[in-house]
Design a binder for this molecule. Structure first.
Ligand code: DQQ
Length: 479
């Protein structure tokens, strides 16, 4: 059912009904966290996009708010209010977003004086950029005169900086840099980074984060969220290394910069929290039947490790979701090829597990497992350092995707340590605090709540197993 395995997530954000895609306009305002998102109130499909809105005091429980932005029938955003960001313009909350207008994508601005960020006023001078730079060969498609959208704006060296995503005819995806004295007048500076002919054709939702010693630029290239670590020199991104932020169903992330966290925390250094869109992995009929589509990831902290690699973990507040403890650091010996049911179960739980391969070829942890194993989703860690999820046995519903997803987890941190968040139709995995794989699965049976383990071809050990039942992100107040 909807509140069991395969159903609507319990502690991940979902739309009240209908369609959600990218997180947008993330901002902490007046002490509260605001998450906006691409929202179609008309049904569980992508069309006539509005901005949905949810608000939280603690990053754990959320309240659904009225739609914040809607297309204006005669405005530059008449066909949709697409992705963008929120900034604090000297005390005025301000949005920069993409207006869909026939074959054009037009950068638009809106402001509010409402401390609850509910109602927004669109700038009458919209669009704030008329068209892509004239001297740039920007990709044109059947639908669009130019791919030119999504906005990331920040303040640096006394000026506003602004990235827009695009695709270049001969150069693949690119993140274009603008600067300005104000948020309504922009000067084009050049590409911050262009991917070149081998990159994806278009870079959506570019975002630049400051990780202290280095900067991280991530872009969504229709398939993956690709990140680059490096520095910015004279308006150009110099790449040291690159990778993929999440190897599963995770797209178009955006971050909230959380400085000034209130009186008691004043000494805390600035942190940024990143949410991604977790698209459905089942066909459109199944989405229509469910009546909703799309969830947001947990907020993540992204940082660099002393060795220079990227680290990712859920915001510390995620531990406040824990209600009942199900396991407390237990050790479990795994005999060769013996399927062993673990003493942990649930459809909305967190599992923290350390795996030592010993002499086994691989260890498989199955989640969302029915007692007869007719449905189960194996998470498999192999000696070559591959971590994979096989969705073939996940669901008896033929409308659910039945493929495999995998990522490399270099075995330098043995034993492997996993934090696995199961949330009805979400599996969000953090491996060794570095590598992420998020997956959507749709078990059909209410008893698909078991967890089991098996060592392949040798002995292995679960060096530590902890688990918790997790609470509700959007508690209903009975109305
Ligand atoms: N989603 C938005 C666009 C963005 C894309 C439209 C990425 O602004 O490029 O809903 O998912």
């Amino acid at each position: 059912g909807e509140d069991g395995p395969g159903g609507r997530p319990k502690y991940h954000l979902t739309p009240p009904a209908n369609w959600l895609n990218d997180p947008n306009g993330l901002i902490r305002w007046d002490g509260r966290y605001h998450v906006f998102y691409q929202y179609n109130p008309g049904g569980p499909f992508h069309n006539t996009i509005h901005w949905g809105h949810a608000v939280s005091d603690d990053l754990v429980t959320w309240r659904d708010e009225p739609v914040a932005l809607s297309p204006s029938p005669d405005g530059p955003d008449r066909d949709g209010c697409w992705s963008g960001c929120a900034v604090d313009d000297d005390g005025t909350p301000t949005l920069l977003y993409t207006g869909g207008n026939g074959r054009d994508q037009l950068p638009c601005l809106a402001t509010t004086d409402d401390p609850d960020l509910r109602s927004w006023e669109k700038y009458e001078g919209n669009p704030v950029i008329e068209s892509p730079p004239a001297d740039l060969d920007v990709l044109e498609t059947e639908h669009w005169r130019a791919e030119f959208r999504d906005h990331n704006v920040w303040r640096e060296d006394g000026r506003w900086h602004h990235l827009v995503g695009t695709g270049l005819v001969d150069g693949g995806g690119a993140a274009l840099l603008y600067t300005g004295e104000t948020l309504t007048e922009w000067t084009y500076e050049g590409p911050l980074l262009a991917g070149g002919p081998d990159a994806g054709a278009v870079w959506e939702c570019p975002e630049l984060l400051d990780l202290g010693d280095r900067r991280l630029l991530h872009v969504s290239d229709y398939e993956n969220v690709v990140y680059f670590l490096g520095t910015v020199e004279d308006g150009e991104f110099v790449v040291d290394s690159e990778g993929v932020l999440d190897h599963g169903d995770f797209y178009a992330p955006q971050s909230l910069s959380d400085s000034n966290r209130g009186a008691e925390d004043e000494t805390d250094t600035e942190r940024s929290l990143t949410w991604g869109w977790l698209p459905e992995a089942r066909d459109v009929d199944a989405q229509w039947d469910a009546g909703w589509s799309g969830a947001l990831s947990l907020p993540r902290v992204i940082e660099t490790a002393p060795d220079g690699d990227l680290r990712q973990r859920p915001a510390d507040e995620a531990t406040d979701l824990r209600t009942e403890r199900l396991a407390d650091g237990e050790t479990v010996a795994l005999a060769p090829d013996d399927q062993r049911r673990l003493d942990v179960s649930g459809a909305a739980i967190e599992i923290e597990i350390e795996i030592a391969l010993d002499d086994a070829e691989a260890v498989e942890i199955s989640v969302f497992e029915t007692p007869d194993r007719a449905e189960h989703t194996p998470i498999r860690y192999a000696r070559d350092g591959t971590l994979s999820i096989d969705r073939t046995p996940s669901s008896r519903d033929p409308r659910a995707f039945a493929d495999a997803q995998s990522m490399a987890v270099p075995p330098y941190d043995e034993p492997l340590s996993l934090r696995v968040f199961l949330d009805r139709s979400v599996i969000e995995i953090y491996a060794n605090g570095r590598h992420c794989l998020t997956s959507r699965v749709y078990p059909t049976r209410d008893d698909a709540v078991g967890v089991s383990a098996r060592a392949e071809g040798g002995r292995a050990e679960i060096a530590s197993l902890s688990a918790w039942e997790l609470g509700e992100a959007m508690p209903t107040d009975g109305d």
